[in-house]
Write a protein that binds this ligand. Sequence first.
Ligand SMILES: Nc1ncnc2c1ncn2[C@@H]1O[C@H](COP(=O)(O)OP(=O)(O)OP(=O)(O)O)[C@@H](O)[C@H]1O
Length: 585
Amino acid sequence: MKELQHLNKYFLKYKTHLLLGSIITVAARIFLLYTPRYVKKIFVAIERFNDKTITNDVFKSELAEAILWIIGAALIAAILTFFMRQTIINVSRYIEFDLKNEIYEQYQKLSLNFYKKNRTGDLMNRITEDVGRVRMYAGPAIMYSINTIALFVVALIYMFKAAPTLTLYTILPLPILSVIIYKLSREIHKRSTIVQEYLSKLSTYTQESFSGISVIKAYGIEPQTASNFKSLAIESKEKQVNLTKVQAWFFPMMILLIGTSNLLVIYFGGMQYINGEIESLGTIAEFIIYVNMLTWPVATVGWVTSIVQQAEASQKRINEFLKIEPEIKNTVETSTEITGDIDFKNVSFTYDDTNIQALKGISFSVKEGETLAILGKTGSGKSTILDLIGRLYDIDRGNISVNNTNIQNHNLYNLRDSIGYVPQDAFLFSDSIKNNIKFGKEEATDEEVIQAAKNAQVHKNIVKFNNGYDTVLGERGITLSGGQKQRVSIARAIIKSPKILLFDDCLSAVDTETEEKILKNLNKVSKDKTSIIVSHRVSSAKNADKIIVLEDGKIVQEGTHDTLINVEGYYKHLYLKQISETSSK
Ligand SMILES: Nc1ncnc2c1ncn2[C@@H]1O[C@H](COP(=O)(O)OP(=O)(O)OP(=O)(O)O)[C@@H](O)[C@H]1O
């Protein structure tokens, strides 16, 4: 139960609902237990009528009174039971909502390293299935526990008052029932977890084969994928059948145990009646109803125990993530204006997970309004530099400053807000093109969206779609070409009009002519902004105020286009190669 203590703050938050729910539950059980007592009264009246100790009229009025009590109490109990669920089960839904939000907020705070160490499926599971199991504890488990305790206490008081010895015989099989249900619930849980695993394997496989359908068709491997699916489906079916086998035991066990308890009541009750220890057969009828009423709540003790155990395990998994301290912390509350001077001094950085030292003592500076181009072989550390400016990682050694202030001393959100970042792999959401561009600036007008798209040279493509800017992208929508995606992603960064623009090889999928136009436009819109362009093409770099060339995490060349084409090295080599490629076309 240690892990579940995390939920105490929520129980405290909803204490009024819970208290009200508990009172309603107790009241509902009190009214429910009117039935057996009035059934006994009916039996007693029948016996007295048979013995002629009461007249026909008295008999009728006693009968009518009992029936009215039974109907009235049952109605009240039913209404109260409705409100019992409305209060306690609703609380569990509120807690589920709060907990999901708490986890989601924590996920948002955690740094990229966290996402690399943990698989997306696992993150999803903790926020959905684990929270679902915890909800079962916060709602049904608590409700059934209060219900069982209330019913038991009230029923036992009535039963002991009516026939103490018979009470003992009646409740004898109940603990056995509870243990059996507990064992069954555990087994059911074990097998249903396996079933879940297979279902998720099946859905992952199906999802992947649908996403990769073009590759599957191009390679003509449909029969193979179909047979793989079939084997997975067969395994999944077998696990389902295994589960059903155990589940099938549940109700027969209940029926058997209720039957045994009923027999015990009839046998011992009958004996006591013959011996004159109980005065009416009505007591036996009353007890039979008690047995039937108590059996289900007692069975739930086993079920509830297993729910609590599952919830504890799930909450443990949730707490593991909630306890993680974000690696990148915002320590500064106030925002300062960012002008765009960037300075790297002897910066070294190693990726935790791979232990790859991506940057080795890098130093450079870019002034506000300048453009820096970074070139270098693949894996030389270009993207890493951009990630470090946005503080997606903190460095091991050296100093990175923006506006002459170490970036760790800037308000993190303000710093990131001042950056427009275009990643290497453009990511677009399954939403309209307009909303994808507006992602950079939610309050942007349609004119601003169009202007940004024009600057990114993608406007002409967008207006050709039937729905123009309202064209939905993604699975259920249109698929953009690589170059179109990159340009929408550029428009998203431009519309934000940030102080710092970071372009990570984002023109690789556009032809050189379009690249030229985009660069020209970028030049216009980024006049007072600092731009860093990572590229493999000299054409993207040649107009930059400064160019650096990286190799294995170190700066090996630095200068302008004009100076670099005149010295031996990577840049001149690349320049000559790309010139000859262009002229041979
Ligand atoms: N997220 C990461 N986790 C671990 N190692 C990484 C990560 N990103 C990059 N690396 C490693 O750091 C080194 C530098 O990578 P980086 O992406 O900065 O290179 P790059 O010059 O941008 O390459 P490319 O031109 O191919 O994009 C590489 O060896 C890479 O394997």
